[in-house]
Design a protein around this ligand. Structure first.
Ligand code: DAH
Length: 356
């Protein structure tokens, strides 16, 4: 039988040579387990005379404790060394210059949506949304644009394959279907604006197949044409930040409003330059009118009791006018140099009412 001293010397040397935590664990399993040498020696005790067995047994227990302690020490040592190595390699060099940060910019259309929402928000309008993929009942029929109506052709509609609830599927040609969805979903009084994307099959210097509009709708028992005028005059003066901005209402026609009007703002055109806010020229900016009773009825609203007004406006146009952006197409070219020039700092407080 191997002597206890020989086993001790051998095991301590093995432990000292173990170079990894795995190796230490392996040794523990092998040497202290059932097949280990210490266990073997303990098994051999049975054949010894009683006197010797007691002495050898005690010595073996001491050996076992020593080996357990040696394994623990080795493990702690290896862990400490690993930590030291990490601390050295992961040291942060605080003398390095910082990496340049590039801040993002708010797209001018997003900025305009924020401003429009803020101004109408102060007038008590909530923001409503509808899907870009509409059906022709919401986009046309309920808005008093029947199938044979020329407006369906005028709007250069993108039709999609298939049907929804028996209706043709379209990319919405305006934000007006959100009026319909709002009136179908909730009873009056209603006061919403709906900014969003709209689509028409048209592409040139002043038309993009995807563009943005904001719709507005009020329905209650008392709102009349005077409120419509006051509301839009206030909005335009706040948005363009011109207190005395001339605003003109010109009779017009939309199937979903009666009477209808187009709204112009005062401007000056000279030497190819356009200036908003003064002068004797006019620039068309939006369409509006009193909600046609047929539209109220299509949405299940009692047109004898309720009335209201609606309006719709292109967002690219008012953004170009306010911020001097000359070309519509640049909005959607994703040119970072353009965005850095015309974009807005993300953390700046948007210029809200009257440019404050
Ligand atoms: N939907 C119209 C368009 O896209 C704009 C419009 C005009 C909306 C008059 C309205 C409105 O709500 O009353 O040309």
């Amino acid at each position: 039988m191997e002597s206890i001293d020989a086993v001790r010397a051998d095991l301590l040397a093995l432990i000292e040579d173990a170079e990894s935590l795995d190796a230490v664990e392996q040794l523990r399993i092998e040497e202290l387990g059932k097949k280990g040498r210490i266990t073997g020696l303990m098994r051999g005790l049975a054949s010894l005379p009683a006197e010797e067995r007691r002495a050898q047994g005690a010595a073996l227990n001491v050996l076992k404790d020593e080996i357990v302690a040696a394994l623990d020490r080795r493990r702690t040592r290896l862990e400490d060394e690993a930590l030291d190595r990490r601390l050295v390699t992961e040291r942060v060099d605080i003398t390095l210059p910082p990496r340049p940060e590039s801040a993002g910019f708010i797209h001018p259309i997003s900025q305009t949506i924020d401003e429009v929402v803020a101004i109408f928000g102060e007038m008590g309008f909530a923001v409503a949304e509808g899907p870009d993929i509409e059906d022709d009942w919401h986009n046309f029929t309920a808005l008093n644009i029947p199938p044979e109506h020329p407006a369906r052709q005028e709007m250069d509609t993108f039709y999609l394959p298939g049907e929804r609830d028996g209706h043709r599927v379209v990319l919405r040609t305006h934000t007006s279907p959100v009026q319909i969805r709002t009136m179908v979903a909730s009873p009056p009084p209603l006061r919403i604006i709906a900014p969003g994307r709209t689509y028409r099959c048209d592409s040139d210097a002043t038309h993009s197949p995807m563009f943005h509009q904001v719709e507005g709708l009020i329905v209650d028992e008392a709102t009349h044409m005077g409120h419509l005028k006051g509301c839009l005059i206030d909005f335009l003066r706040a948005y363009f930040a011109v207190d005395e901005l001339p605003v003109r209402f010109r009779p017009s026609y939309f199937p979903f409003t009666e009477p209808s009007a187009e709204v112009d703002i005062g401007c000056t055109r000279s030497a190819g330059k356009l200036e908003i806010g003064h002068g004797s020229d006019w620039l068309e900016i939006l369409g509006c009118g009193m909600v046609n009773p047929k539209v109220l009825a299509a949405c299940g609203i009692d047109a004898g009791r309720y009335q209201g007004f609606a309006f719709g406006m292109g967002l690219e146009r008012i953004t170009m006018l306010k911020y001097g952006i000359p070309d519509l197409r640049t909005f959607f070219e994703s040119d970072l140099r353009w965005l850095r020039h015309y974009g807005f700092a993300a953390l700046a407080i948007p210029s809200l009412v009257r440019g404050e």
